[in-house]
Design a protein around this ligand. Sequence first.
Ligand code: GLN
Length: 532
Amino acid sequence: MVIMESCAFEIAQQVQRGELSAVEVLETALARVAAVDGRPGALDYGELTDEDQDKVHAFITLTADRARQQAESIDARVRAGEAVGPLAGVPITVKDIFCLKGVPATAASRILANFSPPYTATPVARLEEAGAVTLGKVNLDEFTYGSSSESSAFQPSTRNPWDPSRVPGGSSGGSAAAVAAGEGWLSLGTDTGGSIRQPAAFCGVVGLKPTYGRVSRYGLIAFGSSLDCPGPLARNVRDAALMLSVMAGADPRDSTAATVPVPDYVASIDQGVKGMRIGLSPDYLRIAFPDPNTGEIQTADLEKEIYEVTLRAADVMAAQGAEIVENVPLPNIAYGIPVYFVISRVEASSNLHRFDGVKYGYRTQAAYADLHEMYRKTRAEGFGLEPKLRILMGMYVSAAQYSEQYYQRALSVRSMIRADFTAAFDPQGDYRLDALLAPTTPTPAFKMADIYGDTVLMQYADQLTVPANHAGVPAISIPGGLSSEGLPIGLQLIGPDFAEETLFKAGYAFEIATADEAWRGVKPRVLGEAGL
Ligand code: GLN
């Protein structure tokens, strides 16, 4: 299928030139959704059937009629000789944590199941202004709290297209699975502790967490406001670069959106890695976990296949002219997860206060004697387990008597993590890195239900992604190879503030250098089984 094989960049160019109609592209994407997705996530989903187990279930809300209107209007504009944007006619999906006017924004939670926002998030508006056609809203962990997408109140939760008995990762699991399965070319996700990069790695797609503030958070339902970053998921590096070019930049509606000019990421993408200093750190080549008896952080070797994929990528980049700098110390990243546990829960509990049954969303149907009882019942019935756990922990570690011991300490260690990166990237320092190369995840995609329920273990799935969130620096995950079980393994490139351009160049160079390798031709299993 020619349309399916084209990337977003090519589709937009053909639509702009009138060689391909946006409606035709959309119908191809909708046919793919019909073939692989199965029923959308729902609150009252009943029993799961055998057929449910083999489908992707990326969607919560499909907006096919709205998409048809968008596509028709793009085709009409092309016919009238009007200019259309750089994403003209490209079908995209949006993680259901962003607002899109008049379309439900559930955050995968019962408490927002009936919420239809009166405005559109800035990154979504910019994508649509650039001509992107929104297929619908895709599933995630409830309020983005998780690494497997299983905690969604809307079931069946998303499956991994490479093996539907495995999770797609999370929390942007619906986004990554949709892109991997060809249900739209691009997806808008969010990354607070790894939620774009970890699912991108699990599903064999590209995902970028931009520099904090690079993309506006206006219209994003907040998790951790000092960590949240909207970002692109795409099939290849150039499409991710194109998508970021459209979304990034200052926004009068978000004062934390950076005013740093946005480069044309696509124009420079093929400049290669020659002369780049790319670092390897022993601290990213091992895993860290708390000793259950003492609570002290222990370290252990990385899984062999993950280690080998990472080192091989360093060889590939060296062969392209990069200088590999070994033994870059980042000693404080081992504390990334404990620090994240504290800071993200404090911010989550604060951000969840607004869901009280008054302003929007669910309100208890039960009888209540006074306002407080209405709040209590609404929140008890509306929130799932994970938001409740995060509220409890966030309130506890920021309470007056514990704040110094936990929250203030976590903030200090966060600064130390940031200082590790600053030293590694310092142009006058010992290492002078352009980027760091690391694995994205400690393991490939795990089986559904294997980790779900163990909050600590689930959180440790993000240990290699979370340091970049603490530091605020950009990081991209790109496919690096397949495991012996045929599961995608992700590679991460991390750069200094606003170095997205460097990450795209390096990622693209790796993609081109490995384009003809056998693993690149292997398709996700659900596509093969559907004869696609
Ligand atoms: N998995 C992490 C968490 O549970 C990260 C989530 C995210 O990045 N939104 O908090």
